[in-house]
Design a protein around this ligand. Sequence first.
Ligand code: PNW
Length: 446
Amino acid sequence: MNEFPEGFRWGAATAAYQIEGAAADDGRGPSIWDTFARTPGLVYAGHTGDVACDHYHRYPEDVAIMRELGLGTYRFSVSWPRIKPDGTGPANPRGLDFYDRLADELLTVGIEPMVTLYHWDLPQGIEDRGGWASRDTAYHFADYAATVHKRLGDRVNLWTTLNEPWCSAFLGYAVGVHAPGKSDRDLALSAAHHLLLGHGLATARLRDAGAANISITLNLAPVVPADPSLAAERDAADRVDAMLNRLFLEPILRGSYERYALEMFPAGLVHDGDETTIGQPIDLLGINYYNPCLVAAKPGAPENPVYPGSAGVDFRPAPGKTTAMGWPIEPWGLTELLERLHRDYPGVPLIITENGAAFDDVPSEGNVADQDRISYLEGHLQACHEAISRGVDLRGYLVWSLLDNFEWAEGYRKRFGIVHVDFETQVRTPKDSARWYAKVIEHNGL
Ligand code: PNW
């Protein structure tokens, strides 16, 4: 048996817009995802998060399921437009009340809450004033973060500022497949910097208020040259790595952007002192890992807008099996990523804040036999164990996701949950993977 270190955190993750529903309850304002999803043609089959898993009303049942499974930690996000319907100004107490009830429910059954302050649902009122492309948004985010911490800080110990700022900046502002649906390279690069600045400003506010465990979650991936013996392919991989990984890792963990990033940014974007703000110490780095990125050199290939500077790079599908998202299943990439982080940024404890897979689950007689998901999770947990055995300071693993939910532009058709949700009846059914995971947790290993 591969045992994990004592105190290793086991859990699952979700995000507000993907599960809560109750889009207009208790004074919640609209977010960019409401606007995006309600715009015909942008989300599969016109799906929206209006109802989602109705978690806003069914959270006691969902917490009871978590307890059944033996989860120790539950990562959820707070919806900014529930707390500040227009993005700024006084807090909406009824919005805060919901997270208060949820945190209490979790603590009552012994589950540790981990709060993500921003998982993509920017208040529409803020987008109307420029969104993340505007510097002011970073300051508004810090104010909002302080408001949430003030209410929950006595019970929540684990805080995450942002989920996957790369996705917010580039999927949202460079290719427009996510809200707010814009396609402009300078807007995207500005958004990336302002997200990072918002992280730094919020971290300072939380730290001043006494928070002890502050983190950020990044979507990271090894970028692998198809033929490492070719300098052009190594260079292609390096340029993609610079925008996917180091654009975020370097300022957060070393306090400065690389020259490559600074040259890419629009003039005047980075002010004196910004890098110091962004680079103040964090206590934990959250990693969302799904798959590695395989690239080759191809002279004349156009730039992929989500990786500025990637002209001449060919993005290759990995050869092996894929998930229902078409994402390659490559657990070794997680070991490689963890070892790299440990080597390049020593001293920062790591936690997997998301890992998991969508498959075409077929419910039958009240059960979902999702052996493919079990294999996926098993492979990636072995990869974590391997990294730990090589000295990586990995503190926990949170599966994405607890529930089938609104998978962004894919709507409800892609199911990531270890618990099946029937979106007609809202019936929850733990899949075989949930029972398998419960055993892993019980044994602290596999
Ligand atoms: C993450 N990509 O999103 C998010 O944090 C979750 O909310 C989401 O449901 C989950 O992964 C599964 O998609 C990503 O294109 C979306 O590289 C897209 C990418 C990466 C992460």
